[in-house]
Design a protein around this ligand. Structure first.
Ligand SMILES: *[C@@H]1O[C@H](CO)[C@@H](O)[C@H](O)[C@H]1NC(C)=O
Ligand SMILES: *[C@@H]1O[C@H](CO)[C@@H](O)[C@H](O)[C@H]1NC(C)=O
Length: 252
């Protein structure tokens, strides 16, 4: 918060001090200039993050390069860091009890599947469950660096974490190995999806149901971190939710 206030204050001073010419914003008419692809794709990405664009199947083809530049460049790291710092600032203010847990999603929250998505058009190609399962089976996903820093800080605050993923119970062993390999080596629970229990149910229902079970068994969800809105909506979502960026796919 202090950082934000300082930032806003700095921007205000900067605006005041320099000589910006203010133009009134005008409505654009069809023949007055098109936005560049970059501008259009930045709007698309903002719409995705704000959950205004929902149920999309693929990244617009025109935005492949934009998304690639984003996830491979500094912006993704910086955006993730902003979220993770905020989680930490929040966590620090809490009086943690034995019952308190933070819930984390796994893919694009703890683990990074960029090696896979870089070979599949950064989300321009339609999601292929078989190909993705083959990739998961390799157990080669990296840690998302900013989340790993946050994870270590939460551990040092003595906060328990629960990992709640759409990965299947059959993928438990490789998921455990992959998580440990990259530094996520301790957790209270790792909840994977049992397809038998959730056939025909949405991800939202699956995650809310598992969170309800957590709370009913005595835990209190004090924070919830994920890259999909389906991680963060629905009941028992926790005292605070934190959305990490992900412009590559949408889970409805
Ligand atoms: C945490 O505990 C301290 C000492 O008991 C108390 O002063 C403080 O208000 C508590 N903070 C929260 C957020 O409950
Ligand atoms: C999905 O991936 C599998 C395994 O790589 C491949 O055999 C299959 O053809 C792919 N399906 C589509 C529709 O691309």
């Amino acid at each position: 918060m202090k950082v934000l206030v300082l930032f806003v204050a700095t921007v205000l001073v900067a605006c005041h001090a320099s000589d910006y010419q203010m133009y009134p914003l005008r409505l654009k008419t069809s023949h007055v200039g098109q936005y560049s692809t970059e501008v259009l794709c930045a709007s698309w990405r903002l719409g995705v993050e704000a959950n205004n664009l929902i149920k999309w199947k693929t990244v617009p083809e025109a935005c492949q390069e934009f998304v690639a530049d984003y996830v491979l460049g500094n912006q993704y790291r910086s955006d993730s860091k902003t979220v993770c710092r905020e989680v930490y600032f929040y966590a620090k203010t809490l009086n943690i009890t034995d019952k308190d847990v933070f819930v984390f999603d796994v893919d694009e929250t703890l683990l990074c599947n960029l090696q896979y998505y870089s070979k599949h058009g950064f989300g321009v190609e339609r999601f292929n469950a078989t190909a993705f399962a083959n990739w998961v089976a390799e157990g080669e996903a990296y840690a998302l660096p900013e989340t790993l820093v946050l994870y270590d800080k939460l551990m040092s605050l003595g906060i328990k974490v629960v990992f709640l993923t759409e990965r299947l119970v059959s993928q438990r062993a490789i998921t455990v190995a992959n998580l440990k390999d990259v530094g996520f080596d301790k957790w209270e629970k790792l909840i994977l999806k049992d397809p038998a229990a959730y056939t025909g149910k949405s991800t939202l229902t699956y995650k809310a149901t598992e969170r309800r079970k957590l709370e009913e068994s005595g835990y209190r969800i004090i924070g919830n971190v994920g890259d999909q809105w389906t991680d963060l909506m629905g009941s028992y979502r926790g005292l605070r939710t934190f959305k990490l960026p992900n412009p590559m796919y949408y889970i409805g």
